[in-house]
Design a binder for this molecule. Structure first.
Ligand code: HEM
Length: 243
């Protein structure tokens, strides 16, 4: 028997709030009410500020979910599906880094009005960023186990990358993940410096200069150190007339 609602493609068939299935599936009513209304705002740029932060949280949620699944695949020695998931996660970090540029559109004097309504809110409490070190360490552990299973150390993997293509691609994607965290920190620091200056203290008491120091931190230091070792090894071999 024909169902008139299903026959009319303009009528919603999904349960939930909203006039169309688009609104019901995406829950746009709730999503678009998560920002302060103009009456609640102390400055109209609060919409810009909340949009950048809220969308960053969404991309970070996707990134860390994909990293967790990638780590689970690696723990089962399934490298190719993990590579696909890690590529997505890296792209998420790229988006978070690109969109933060929007905050440079705020006037530093007018931003003062927003700063004082943030309470003790600080990026250190970002649920998305708090997951980043955890998933990174889970990935690192799974990678180390795969290397050990292949009977390789990192230097051998990089010297014989063509023989161990999947593991090599994994090492490079993990390096890129770490690099994207570093690049985000760098852009965030520059944006904070433009909004607040470098001699200021943040909403939770952290001097802005501490953020500058965090840029030097690496989540996966072994993947960076190996490159210096390769230079040393190559130079030593060349000095001995081997390379
Ligand atoms: C005008 C824009 C921004 C300003 C002025 C700002 C300011 C700051 C300050 C001062 C800190 C140090 C902690 C404290 O509050 O005392 C901090 C940390 C942090 N902020 Fe922001 N922030 C901005 C935008 C963002 C955005 C869009 C995100 C994305 C979610 C973010 C995420 C973080 C994170 C994760 C930290 C911890 C530092 C780290 O792990 O490197 N911030 N921010």
């Amino acid at each position: 028997m024909s169902d008139p609602a299903r026959d009319d493609l303009h009528q919603p068939v999904l349960p939930g709030r909203g006039a169309s299935d688009y609104e019901r599936y995406l829950r746009t009513d709730e999503l678009l009410s998560l920002q302060k209304s103009p009456e609640e705002q102390v400055h109209r740029d609060e919409l810009l500020f909340q949009t950048v932060h809220q969308s960053s949280e969404l991309w970070l949620k996707l990134a860390t979910t994909e990293c967790d699944e990638a780590a689970a695949r690696l723990e089962r020695s399934e490298v190719p599906p993990a590579l696909r998931l890690l590529r997505r996660a890296v792209l998420c970090l790229q988006y978070v880094t690109t969109q933060i540029e929007m905050l440079n559109q705020m006037d530093p004097w007018e931003y003062q009005q927003i700063r004082v309504v943030l309470g003790h809110g600080s990026g250190f409490d970002s649920p998305g960023f708090r997951q980043v070190p955890r998933v990174t360490q889970r990935l690192a552990k799974a990678f180390d186990r795969l290397l050990a299973q292949a009977g390789l150390d990192l230097i051998e993997l990089y010297q014989r990358g063509r023989e161990f293509e999947e593991l090599y691609l994994l090492a490079e994607l993990l390096t890129e993940w770490d690099e994207r965290i570093w690049l985000w920190r760098f852009r965030h620091y520059a944006i904070v410096a433009r909004a607040l200056g470098e001699d200021t203290v943040g909403t939770q008491g952290t001097p802005v200069q501490v953020l500058g120091k965090l840029i030097a931190q690496r989540q996966l230091p072994k993947l960076w150190r190996v490159r210096s070792r390769l230079v040393e090894l190559f130079d030593a071999e060349r000095a001995n007339g081997v390379a």
